[in-house]
Design a protein around this ligand. Structure first.
Ligand SMILES: NC(=O)c1ccc[n+]([C@@H]2O[C@H](COP(=O)([O-])OP(=O)(O)OC[C@H]3O[C@@H](n4cnc5c(N)ncnc54)[C@H](OP(=O)(O)O)[C@@H]3O)[C@@H](O)[C@H]2O)c1
Length: 291
């Protein structure tokens, strides 16, 4: 059984980005620059944004973190995005989700210039993805594809079962896996909360991508021998014995499923790290396309 270690795969992506940035700087060019907008002080969002900023520093990208209070209005947030859209020194913009309830996330996503949409959530980016055009691929599915590529996991002709159909993970994942390219060409089944026979579906999967946000939902009896398991889930589960009072759980019951799988991503240390790698690659792409 192969552990699809996100530390190893993401390091390889990050190292190649570092080399590219060094080459740009050696030519006297400025580095790519990512702006992150964080609204409020949700603990998980703070952690994700801090990690993104840290990775920018490690690669040599510039980064700007804009913190806004959770009382910010939709109009004020859109005005902030507008300034970033107009700022020629900013290549990529991400607004960390989720946003407070009084703000319409879709409106905020739509406010980002598609040329700076490094999270790949704008309808222009998703539309291009569906048509197989060059675009910003949503960072988590992109990271998963980079991981499959890194470990040379063959996908052609396989049956992939994707659990979850969100715009940021499940849906784009299903598009990528069914695309006609080296790490696509799967037959894809998309499952969701209205799928009546989920266990039977999963048992048919050569590849299972679990992206539903239900800790340890996928059990060993739902997985066929030799399946490739990609666990996207990240849920904080209270645990008084843990230092922080919680543990991070994936959507897959790792220990029992690992015994049947041919390859599996751990949580933490799997897809999460690849998401950052995908975001960083998109940022360099935004910079290059602008030039
Ligand atoms: N590793 C990373 O970098 C990363 C990045 C993004 C998200 N995540 C994690 O990935 C998970 C999913 O995120 P998301 O944003 O896609 O979540 P989401 O928007 O809540 O979507 C969840 C999807 O799962 C489906 N679902 C929920 N319960 C189900 C069940 N019992 N059986 C079958 N399908 C079910 C939902 O179906 P309906 O459509 O019918 O409601 C929905 O399509 C979360 O744990 C999130 O924290 C991780």
């Amino acid at each position: 059984m192969l552990v699809l270690d996100g530390k190893i795969a993401s390091k390889s992506v990050i190292d190649s980005l570092k080399t590219e940035v060094e080459a740009l700087k050696a030519q006297g060019k400025r580095a790519p620059h990512l702006a992150a907008v964080l609204v409020g002080n949700n603990g998980a969002s703070e952690t994700y944004v801090a990690s993104k900023v840290k990775h920018c520093e490690e690669i040599g990208f510039g980064s700007t973190l804009i913190r806004l209070s959770d009382t910010v209005t939709e109009t004020e947030l859109i005005a902030t995005i507008d300034e970033l859209n107009k700022n020629a020194d900013i290549d990529g913009i991400l607004v960390q989700l989720p946003l407070p309830k009084h703000i319409d996330e879709q409106k905020i996503i739509m406010a980002i210039d598609p040329a700076k949409d490094v999270d790949g959530f704008h309808p222009v980016s998703i539309g291009k993805l569906v048509q197989g055009l060059q675009t910003f691929i949503p960072a988590t599915p992109y990271g998963i594809m980079l991981m499959l590529e890194h470990f040379n996991i063959s996908t052609k002709g396989k049956h992939a079962v994707v659990i979850g159909r969100s715009n940021i993970v499940g849906r784009p994942m299903s598009i990528l896996l069914s695309s006609n390219n080296a790490f696509g060409n799967c037959t894809v089944t998309v499952c969701h909360s209205h799928t009546p026979n989920l266990k039977e579906m999963c048992l048919q999967g050569d590849i299972i991508v679990a992206a539903l946000g239900r800790p340890e939902f996928v059990k060993a009896d739902m997985v066929k021998d030799g399946a490739i398991i990609i666990d996207v889930g990240i849920t904080r589960v209270e645990d008084s014995t843990a230092k922080r009072g919680y543990r991070i759980k994936g959507d897959v019951a790792y220990n029992e499923v690992a015994e049947k799988a041919s390859a599996i991503t751990p949580v933490p240390g799997g897809v999460g790290l690849m998401t950052i790698a995908g975001l960083m690659k998109n940022t360099l792409q935004a910079y290059r396309e602008k030039l």
